[in-house]
Write a protein that binds this ligand. Structure first.
Ligand code: C2E
Ligand code: MG
Ligand code: MG
Ligand code: MG
Length: 288
């Protein structure tokens, strides 16, 4: 009996690998097609600045309208794109679209709103990455600090020296650097000090556990304090409730992002919301 079961499991395993390969090839083909047919779009999620009491930034998040990719999580699309090199043309499109949006968003505004984009290791490794970003800023007449780049630890660690000088060059002209998803990778505290970054985004898993135990709360509080001692600002990701927002405000967290602040929305809707200031920055953060 157990032998038969073992054999079955083996077959199942084999089958699932085959399935994965087929799916990956399908996704790859669909990404190429969607790029050609301009079926990608960006949604934007607001980031609330606690000291200023308003939305000072939005994060651009990739979405795909192509039917062939509609059931595929964007994370999977991005992983496949990273494995196949398609992430480079994809993120080039993202940079272009995000800069165009930042131009519209900031037209006639005295206090700027920053657009941040997610950047993969492959992107930075490309020759001319710095020039390409500068060119995009210039063509869209953007102040460099209207653009932010979100990088994960693995991006920064994998090609440490090479990427570092490029990021420093961009930081030099005023583009802001964010360490994304802090707490999910190596999360070496030493890296916080060494990397050319301005902001650290604390992963939503920490925000989620923060209210569950005193220890986790203390951990978050200490992480914010530690970041401040090395001149980093802190963005909390995945803020879903007023209680979480409340606690993060008490901990002197600089910025909040998450469903409680606002959902990712398409560009048109986000422009309208921010133009009317439709309660987005007035949204009660603290439950009464
Ligand atoms: P990320 O950069 O950490 O983006 C935040 C993710 O958390 C987004 O998922 C967002 O929709 C989700 N989120 C925001 N607020 C909340 C909340 O309150 N609760 C929960 N549970 N989730 C929240 P999304 O859009 O599925 O993106 C997943 C990841 O894909 C991103 O994680 C980023 O690493 C990557 N990504 C997205 N767009 C791009 C892109 O244009 N280029 C590249 N290279 N990567 C991208
Ligand atoms: Mg991000
Ligand atoms: Mg993140
Ligand atoms: Mg993430």
């Amino acid at each position: 009996h157990s032998k038969a079961k073992g054999k079955n499991q083996y077959c199942l395993f084999d089958h699932s690998i085959q399935l994965q390969i087929t799916q990956k090839a399908n996704i790859e083909r669909s990404i190429k097609e969607a790029l050609r047919n301009q079926q990608f779009e960006l949604h934007y999620q607001p980031i609330f600045d606690c000291a200023e009491g308003r939305i000072t930034g939005v994060e651009a998040l990739l979405r795909c309208q192509a039917p062939a990719l509609s059931g595929v999580p964007i994370q999977t699309v991005i992983e496949t794109a990273e494995q196949t090199g398609l992430i480079v043309p994809l993120d080039k499109w993202v940079l272009e679209a995000a800069c165009r949006f930042a131009g519209k968003l900031n037209a006639g505004r005295d206090r700027g709103i920053r657009v941040t984009i997610n950047v993969s290791a492959n992107d930075i490794a490309q020759q001319g990455f710095v020039n390409h970003v500068e060119d995009c800023l210039a063509r869209n007449r953007l102040k460099p600090d209207w653009l932010g780049l979100e990088l994960t630890e693995s991006v920064l660690i994998n090609s440490f020296e090479g990427s570092r000088s490029k990021l420093e060059a961009l930081k030099e002209i005023g583009v802001r650097m964010y360490l994304d998803d802090f707490g999910t990778g190596y999360s070496s505290l030493n890296y916080l000090k060494l990397l050319p970054i301005d902001y650290v985004k604390i992963d939503k898993s920490f925000v989620a556990s923060m209210l569950q135990s005193e220890k986790d709360g203390l951990f978050m509080k200490t992480l914010v304090q530690l970041s401040h001692t090395i001149d980093l600002k802190v963005v909390a990701e995945g803020v879903e409730t007023a209680r979480q927002a409340n606690m993060l405000l008490r901990f002197q967290c600089d910025m909040l992002q998450g469903y409680h602040i606002g959902m990712p929305r398409n560009g048109e809707d986000m422009l309208r919301d921010l133009a009317l200031d439709l309660g987005l920055s007035q949204r009660p953060l603290v439950e009464q």
